[in-house]
Design a protein around this ligand. Structure first.
Ligand code: CAA
Length: 380
């Protein structure tokens, strides 16, 4: 067993850390306040290879492993979880979905642009009545021979207003349940495809979240991903990798808040000494550090499973369940350690606390992760 990172891993981690400090940090409060999408920063992340981390270089990707991806996600998320969710969805839901399940033509046409950041991708599974219960898709895709006609509504879509390419899950044959579902590539601007208003969110406010409407949208048959009826399995497999990204995001949010709290506790004085010398604060720091390290082990184990070709459905669910809990609990503690300063924006921890909440909700709520883990245990 070897817990050390390779030289290459350390280099990519340091590059992501440096980018987060020099590029993401300066405007992060402003973007959160004004709900501004980081357009120019997304372009720079594309140039650095962060938008197609695991994609084969022959499709324009960086050809790195899932451990590198988790390291990048952690470092970006320490500073700006809005930027990191754009990275996560593009990498693990859209690029991975196309690379693993798309055909050569689809990869050449879309993946090559998504992996470099020329295009941004969105993943459209959730609906007003199909969030956790993802098999109950109401969006329909009716087979018309050489094309499908899509009708329905998708909710809470990350990069919904900014994306160029949307992977849309829809029901083709409702009598077949999860086996009657397909995944389609829909391009921005396709007639009948409308983007609704932007959501006003508690956290990750710099990301762009929308409801999408599909009204008689004509999608060519060559835009279906995989065999007829494989869309639900496509969504589930893709989400297993996505959960590694969100687990790493949660880890980064927790670690970012912890680092700020540790630094603050060494500077702030009360009762004649730095507050880290008070056991009430020191024990919080000890708990935070221990549990963040445990979350990191779970995240790295899930990424390692993916790199080894092992099944990672359970390990990614466990990583996301635990890391998101640690993120929520310890960002609250980081605010507490900062006292009154924790409640104001310039100290960053209140934003990290707001950003943490979504990691317990998207890409499968914590309750859904427990379903995945417990079903996996029973099946073993
Ligand atoms: N790999 C392969 N196949 C899988 C699978 C997996 N990981 N999980 C399920 N399947 C298969 C099952 O084997 C089953 O196939 P058979 O009928 O042949 O046996 C079929 O899919 C149906 O599976 P279930 O019976 O387990 O389905 P279910 O209705 O009980 O639901 C669930 C399972 C795990 C609860 C699933 O609905 C789920 O994951 N829900 C959460 C959805 C989710 O994560 N949404 C996030 C939205 S995306 C997002 O948030 C992106 C963003 O913008 C950040």
């Amino acid at each position: 067993m070897d817990f050390s990172l390779t030289e290459e891993h350390l280099m990519i981690r340091d590059a992501a850390r440096d980018f987060a400090q020099t590029e993401l940090l300066p405007g992060v409060i402003e973007r959160d306040t004004t709900q501004t999408f980081p357009d120019s920063l997304v372009k720079k992340m594309g140039d650095l290879g962060f938008l197609g981390v695991m994609v084969d270089p022959k499709y324009g990707g960086s050809g790195m492993d899932a451990i590198s991806y988790a390291l990048i996600m952690e470092e970006l998320s320490k500073i700006d979880a809005s930027a990191s969710v754009i990275v996560s969805v593009n990498n693990s839901l859209v690029c991975y979905g196309l690379e693993a399940y798309g055909n050569e033509e689809q990869k050449q046409k879309y993946l090559t642009k998504l992996a470099t950041g020329e295009f941004i991708g969105a993943f459209c599974l959730s609906e007003p009545e199909a969030g956790s219960d993802a098999t109950s898709q109401r969006t329909t895709a009716i087979d018309k021979g050489d094309h499908y006609i899509l009708n329905g509504t998708k909710n809470w879509i990350t990069s919904g207003g900014r994306a160029d390419v949307y992977l849309v899950i829809a029901q083709t044959d409702k009598h077949k349940g999860s086996h009657g579902i397909n995944a389609f590539i829909v391009e921005k601007g396709t007639p009948g495809f409308d983007v609704g208003p932007k959501e006003d969110k508690l956290g990750i406010r710099g990301s762009d979240t929308h409801t999408l409407q599909f009204n008689d949208v004509k999608v060519p048959k060559e835009n279906r991903i995989g065999a007829n009826g494989s869309g639900f399995r496509f969504a589930m497999k893709t989400l297993s990798g996505g959960r590694i990204g969100i687990a790493a995001q949660a880890l980064g949010i927790a670690a970012g808040a912890y680092e700020l709290a540790l630094k603050y506790s060494k500077e702030r004085k009360a009762f004649g000494t730095e507050i880290c010398n008070h056991q009430a604060i020191a024990f919080k720091l000890a708990d935070m550090h221990t549990e963040i390290e445990a979350a990191r082990m779970l995240v790295m184990k899930a990424a390692w499973d993916k790199d080894q070709g092992n099944n990672y459905d359970m390990s990614s669910a466990m990583a996301k369940l635990y890391a998101s809990k640690v993120a929520m609990e310890h960002t609250v503690e980081a605010v507490q350690i900062h006292g009154g300063n924790g409640f104001v924006k310039e100290y960053h921890v209140e934003r990290l606390m707001r950003d943490a909440k979504i990691t317990q909700i998207y890409e499968g709520t914590s309750e859904i992760q427990k379903i995945v883990i417990s079903r996996g245990l029973i099946k073993e």
